[in-house]
Design a protein around this ligand. Sequence first.
Ligand code: HPA
Ligand code: ZN
Length: 327
Amino acid sequence: VSIEGFVRSLPKVELHLHLEGAVSASTFADLAARNGVALPDDKQPTDLYNYGNLPDFLRIYDLVCASIRDSGDFSRVTFEALERCALAGARYVELFFSPHAHLAHGVAYSTMLEGILDGVRRAKDAHGLAARLIPAHSRELGPEQGERFLDMVLTERVPEVIGIGLDYNEAPYPPAPFAALWDRARSAGLNVTAHAGESGPAAFVRDSIDLLGVSRIDHGYHVVDDADLVQRCRESRIPFTCCPSTTLATTVWRDLASPDHAIRRMIEAGLNVTIHSDDPPMFGTTLDREYALIARNFGLSPESLGGIALQGLHASWLDPETKRRWL
Ligand code: HPA
Ligand code: ZN
């Protein structure tokens, strides 16, 4: 069996996937036309799914967000995203979504939840795939608006919402100002994570751990710039949810074949790396392809690939009993 066949059949968890980044170009075209969202320069969605850096990507991501309006739209994009995960061999998904990007267009949080939960139920029925939700706060909006975000998440709390994330343009927006907010979320019983070290420095990874108290780091690549932090992270076993294709579009590591690629160095340093797909159609990939990319470029054995999938299960926010039943 080929590496591609092996990694597809390997049972996997998807912990770093953004709902709005998981909309195919054809569904984006359809929703944008129906909901009156104009595409820049008369471009087609397939041409738009092409970026030079993180802010470039986020501009298109916001357009996709704007094209998702009613609960039926949310159900559709959720079902389609989860169906692609199931076909890639995922068994369980923790799915980010971006409430602020829809609130900006007058879409109520309850409408988002209703549609997304309907899509989750349909994917469970059709493919046996389980999914939970992680509303993510845009760090660009700052901590005060973050308090309103958390108020909303807690006031309209549902069991499927198991944690919160911090994302969007990283380098100009350090994690430290969000310390009190992340503390409040943890006190309310939510799991917490944060994007860090994607375009921001190693210090943002360290501060996300020390000041935000995250139980995992999304991306984390710039950890390799700080040898002491690498050693701490190796000892603490904190998971890094890495996304190979994202590095090629938004980071300084654009060559997966290079021995200097951050994910390769993180694995070689013994860090707890898990592999995910972030915004798969927008980066032209799928979860199984992300595994195949590192397998081929880093020369990983089937045993290491199985180990990475298992690290994903352990890094998830499933309860210990469910994790045990899986094994
Ligand atoms: N980084 C920051 N924000 C995001 C990303 C990402 O990779 N994907 C969706 N929002
Ligand atoms: Zn992400």
